[in-house]
Design a protein around this ligand. Sequence first.
Ligand code: GAP
Length: 461
Amino acid sequence: MDNNKAVTMEKLVNLCKGRGIIFPGSEIYGGMGNTWDYGPVGVEIKNNIKRAWWKKFVQESDNSFGLDAAILMNSRVWDASGHTTSFSDPKMDCKECKTRHRADNLIETYSKGTVNPDKMSTEEMQNYIAEHEVHCPICGKFNWTPIRNFNLMFQTSRGVTDESQNVIYLRPETAQGEFVNFLNVQRSTRAKVPFGIGQIGKAFRNEITPGNFIFRTIEFEQMEHQWFCKEGTDLQYYEYYKKAAWDFLLSLGFKAEHLRYKDHDKLAHYAKCACDIQYLFPMGWSELNGIHNRTNYDLSRHQEFSGKTMQYIDPVTNDRYVPYDIEYSIGCDRLMLAALSEAYEEQDLDGGDTRVVMHFHPALAAYKAAVFPLQKKEMGEKAKEIYKDLSRHFMCTYDDAGSIGKRYRRQDEIGTPFCVTVDFDSLTDNTVTVRDRDSMVQVRIAVSELAAYIEDKIKIY
Ligand code: GAP
């Protein structure tokens, strides 16, 4: 591909702002680092991503149940999970320009990826930076504070006093809501192990590294699924979810050559084995989602800290045990960024024209159809009728401004899969032209068959 036409983060940021997909957070006040707001088009795409995930991992998944737990939890939850002590990044301050940096990122950038800081202790990172005189990327000086581990959880306090016992945290992952409700879900649904709990919700992390648009934000949504199983079957389910996570991405239209597995070198405090699926983002290969074998660490810790049993009783054998857990976790916003990158194309058209087209899977596209009257005066009324009728089936948009060509371009840029044009013939024979976003082929369809025609093509399998 012509390099000038390749997708870049800058192009995506500009397109997203101009087309109502994503805006910089608090923009009129100069913004706020690593926060973004979803606009009218973006919120639809994001909701469609969540719907697609829920359909695959809750609706269509045998023995899986949904949950929507509170963001604010008893702070003992985070003591039990290990987040109050272990959920931190190694950070250093530049004494010259007063900027804060992650030591692991400094090493990775300095060594151009040849050194893996995930395999280093804090002391080894400290020594590496000293020996190689790794300079501050902002001011170019070499004058660092020692590495300190900063906890990534945002904390606030409950009530009117500010005493330490009132400290509460914004959850840094949704998973703990699934663990503390493990027996509530199991008992209320009479589920038998193995079974799953899926949840979509906000998580918060005090990230200081540059975010790369919506790749890394301080507030984001996670889509997490815990699969509770008996010890000994865990590795089989770990492999199962690695494949299920991969297949889900293919079903959304991702190309296999833009995806790869990456085993973790440094395991989280709760994991027996873990891997990511990485996506080839505009800034390079980076984590899209994670699959962890969390063993029975979380449930056992909650049993210990709460004093309440987390044991499952097998109804056939009467065995009592704390199940193992295979976790599949993907950031909705990160998947949105991947979907935007995957969809983006700049095309040269016949006659010297060009277009930017977003080839979203139709199930993800904000609007499934855009309805245009060829001429506002003569066909406006009929076009509005068709628009209203289609809107009862799926999200649609209406546009009667400018030439049909310009209207097509606007829809291509937000990835609307079908454009429906109402013309002179429509007034007499009740048919319309439907133009396909990707092939640009136009077909004539009876208005009575329009909704079914489009509905059939926007399904996700
Ligand atoms: N419960 C496991 C867990 O939270 P994680 O690897 O820290 O594991 C899971 O996060 C997923 O959440 C990541 O693969 C990524 O898609 C998303 N994610 C994590 N931090 C994020 C951030 N700061 N901004 C956006 N998405 C993030």
